[in-house]
Design a protein around this ligand. Structure first.
Ligand code: ATP
Ligand code: MG
Length: 768
């Protein structure tokens, strides 16, 4: 037997070695489902299955990359390269490019991200003169999205009186019209949105039997991770592609189904047995990820759900520490506690920052955590916020690039036609949009033939429009010979973008320039990287596709040592030695919006199960008694989920009742009190007394000068990343330190006054 197979237990080995036929692996968290998929692919290849015939669908592109490199380490790089692996969206975007003409799309179609789609919907609502308070563009977007994921096309919508009635009852009778216009506009712009990537794939496979046959023949072995979170559209694609050979292997955990709100359908997992003949079902029971305490606590939670498949999860790992539960006064205190605790754990256990994750229910909760981590100089990274590629300046550059590939791209054009300002006003743009709709052409085509149209603009404006067209066309010419990086670099200059961002010299302008530089670096890497990869050609079009589908989790190269901050939804499939689950409060987690029905509450509980099972060694649960939400201080109660865990797995830290009574715990210095100190300053409520952990002060880095004196910066104590305060310029972050002796200077980005270089000899700074 192949040597690598010894890294699997018997239960894992069975599904790994079943070469053919439909099979499902249902198993709890951390039991090796993803590992089975990985090894199974290696095994298939060792049995002579051609890599070209294997398709593996994962939840993130990052997961696919990791899987691929693992497989490469077993079967060799050159073989692994040919595997089709990635998210549904990225794999089917590639297929749609090959087959675009069948659907009337250009193969260089643009992929609209959520922001593009929402902007277009918002524009349509405005053009249709609808009330934007009733027709909220984000809501309309998600409604359209859910129609698409249920395969309800515009035509199907108008044929379904129930849907029309439902939207009319929701005071949105024009929803169908918006949907129709949105779909038309995307089509005319040669653009597909995220949901189209699945919807159009379904259309392709149903309308063209020869196309279906071709991909059925290609993907003889199909594997799907996180199957419990596939939606209807994804389900149908997998079903169609696997129909001929029926070599389909899906793995999942019904207890981790957490995307129902986005259309994921848990029935896909429950009905799998019905969908195929002779389905083999496998179960894995041994968890390799977490300590006994964590596994048992997680089991005790999921037990409370009524709708579930019965599963056993156990581990032979060590007992481990109990789950720490801590109550804090405010969300600010919660942040400080988490930062202190991470700090302490790092010092005591020689850990790295990336051994820690802080998970929360909603993105808004990250701010308090971030503030506290920054004060402690603990580097962190937020996942799932605005991704790098969605920042304004980056989207500006990308929009020019998108215009090069697909000049019909309406959203890209609207972004850059007058940015940098070139005297083309909104009235002109509105006229162009109306004309484009009238002629049923793209805006760019109307501009190109402006003299032949009846668009009523003056001669000066016409020249400006033509100049813009000429500029884009010159970029297109350059694209035929230059690589993506060279072209992008040229565009940033020739379009005037760099000049525009450099103009003001504000810190924001500088930061934008740096981001653009970062984008260019990324493109350079991409161009270099293509030389080594078989499955890319390194074209600009390909770069843009990667970017459109990138989430910031995908961009994580894992090479920087930072604490990970993310929502629980994003953490699915990941693991970290230490996990902090914050905001364990009623109405926040479970979310106030998900407590109307049992099934919603059960989904929240599954979410908690996912959160807890990310932890390998130690989990922390925190809640605050009051928290800022929607700009107000709100009283909070501990989450019912804490109570649902059997006491024997918990280590409940003394509530800090009233810190005002104890100067040691006053808000100002709270950030400097180690959690171990807080813990034993107060009578312990629930657990047995343990001797306090003592951290010799010498081991701790001085974090803050609390006596108000200016720090003697001259002796070099200041470090990049420190936050300082200046009498006149306010707070600032140290960007750079240079020079020696009396000439040491620091470059500091101040909130009032921007980036300044200060001679430390004279600078009156406080390190905060
Ligand atoms: P999740 O439900 O969270 O996605 P999973 O079932 O996919 O979890 P994996 O991520 O595959 O589980 O495995 C969990 C951890 O256990 C990983 O670190 C993996 O490397 C390790 N592991 C799995 N099987 C074994 C094994 N037989 N021996 C040693 N380690 C294992
Ligand atoms: Mg997994």
């Amino acid at each position: 037997m192949e040597k690598y197979l010894s890294q699997l237990n018997d239960a894992q080995l069975a599904p790994t070695l079943q070469k053919d036929g439909p099979m499902i692996v249902i198993a709890g968290a951390g039991s090796g489902k993803t590992r089975v998929l990985t090894f199974r692919i290696a095994y298939l290849m060792s049995q002579g299955v051609d890599a070209f015939n294997i398709l593996a669908l994962t939840f993130t592109n990052k997961a696919a990359r990791e899987m691929k490199s693992r497989i490469a380490s077993i079967v060799g790089d050159s073989e692994a390269k040919n595997l089709w692996m990635g998210t549904f969206h990225s794999v089917f975007a590639k297929i749609l490019r090959f087959e675009a003409d069948r659907l009337g799309y250009p193969s260089n179609f643009t992929i609209y991200d959520t922001q593009d789609s929402q902007r277009l919907i918002s524009a349509i609502i405005k053009e249709m003169k609808l009330d934007k308070d009733i027709y909220k563009y984000k809501q309309i977007y998600s409604r359209i999205s859910s129609y698409k994921n249920s395969l309800i096309t515009v035509k199907a919508y108008f044929n379904n009186p129930e849907l029309i009635e439902a939207d009319t009852a929701a005071r949105r009778p024009q929803l169908g019209e918006i949907y129709k216009e949105y779909v038309n506009r995307c089509f005319k712009a040669g653009a597909m949105d995220f949901d189209d990537l699945l919807l159009k794939t379904n259309e392709l496979l149903t309308r063209f039997p020869d196309v279906l046959a071709k991909y059925q023949d290609r993907f003889r072995y199909i594997l799907v991770d996180e199957y419990q979170d596939t939606n209807h559209s994804q389900y149908l694609i997998v079903r169609a592609l696997s129909d001929r050979f029926q070599n389909i292997c899906v793995v999942g955990d019904d207890a981790q189904s957490i995307y129902a709100f986005r259309g994921a359908n848990i029935n896909n997992i429950l009905n799998f047995q019905r969908d195929y003949d002779d389905v083999k079902t496998y179960r894995l029971e041994q968890n390799y990820r977490s300590t006994k305490n964590i596994v048992n606590a997680a089991n005790s939670i999921i037990d409370k759900n009524q709708t579930k498949l019965d599963k056993v999860v156990w581990t032979s790992n060590e007992e481990g520490s109990k789950i720490v539960v801590n109550r804090l006064m405010t969300d600010g205190d919660e942040g400080r506690y988490v930062a202190s605790s991470i700090f302490e754990n790092k010092m005591q256990n020689q850990l790295k920052n990336n051994d820690f994750a802080v998970l929360y229910r909603t993105n808004a909760q990250s701010r308090a955590i971030e503030d506290a981590l920054r004060k402690r100089n603990i580097p962190y990274r937020i996942y799932g916020g605005l991704s790098f590629y969605q920042r304004k300046e980056i989207k500006d550059v990308l929009s020019y690039l998108r215009m090069v590939i697909n000049p019909a791209d309406e959203e890209a054009l609207k972004r850059v036609i007058n940015f940098p300002p070139r005297g083309i006003g909104q009235t002109t743009i509105d006229k162009l949009i109306v004309a484009a709709n009238g002629y049923n052409r793209s805006i760019f085509e109307v501009m190109k033939h402006i003299n032949k149209t009846e668009v009523n603009v003056n001669a000066g404006t016409k020249t400006k429009l033509q100049d813009f067209v000429t500029m884009i066309e010159s970029f297109q010419v350059m694209n035929q010979t230059a690589n993506a990086f060279e072209l992008a670099e040229h565009i940033t200059k020739a379009s005037g973008l760099i000049k525009e961002f450099n103009k003001d010299g504000t810190p924001e302008g500088v930061a934008k320039m740096e981001n653009i530089e970062e984008l260019l670096n990324g493109m350079k890497d991409f161009v270099e990287g293509q030389k080594e990869l078989a499955d890319t050609t390194g074209s600009l079009a390909e770069f843009l596709e990667d970017v459109a589908l990138a989430t910031d989790l995908d961009n994580d190269k894992g090479d920087d040592d930072r604490v990970a901050l993310m929502t629980i939804h994003l953490a699915k499939g990941l693991e970290f030695p230490y996990v902090y689950i914050v905001g364990m409060e009623e109405d926040l987690f479970p979310s106030a919006m998900s407590m109307n029905t049992r099934s919603e509450l059960e989904e929240e509980r599954r979410l908690f199960y996912v959160a807890l099972t990310r932890a390998e060694k130690q989990a922390y649960l925190t809640y605050a008694l009051s928290r800022y939400r929607w700009g107000k201080l709100i009283d909070a109660e501990p989450s019912r989920f804490i109570e649902e865990i059997d006491d024997k797995y918990l280590d409940v830290i003394t509530p800090v009742d009233d810190r005002r009574q104890n100067p040691m715990l006053s808000a100002d210095i709270f950030g400097d009190v180690e959690p171990s100190q807080i813990r034993f300053k107060r009578p312990v409520q629930k657990k047995k007394e343990k001797p306090p952990k003592f951290i010799p002060p010498a081991k701790l880095k001085p974090l803050k000068k609390s006596n108000g004196d200016h720090v003697n910066l001259f002796d070099g104590k200041l470090a990049v990343g420190n936050i300082v305060e200046h009498l006149r310029f306010g707070k600032g972050e140290v960007l750079k330190i240079e020079g020696v002796g009396a000439d040491v200077k620091a470059e500091i980005n101040f909130e009032n006054g921007g980036v300044k270089k200060l001679l430390l000899r004279f600078a009156k700074l406080d390190v905060i």
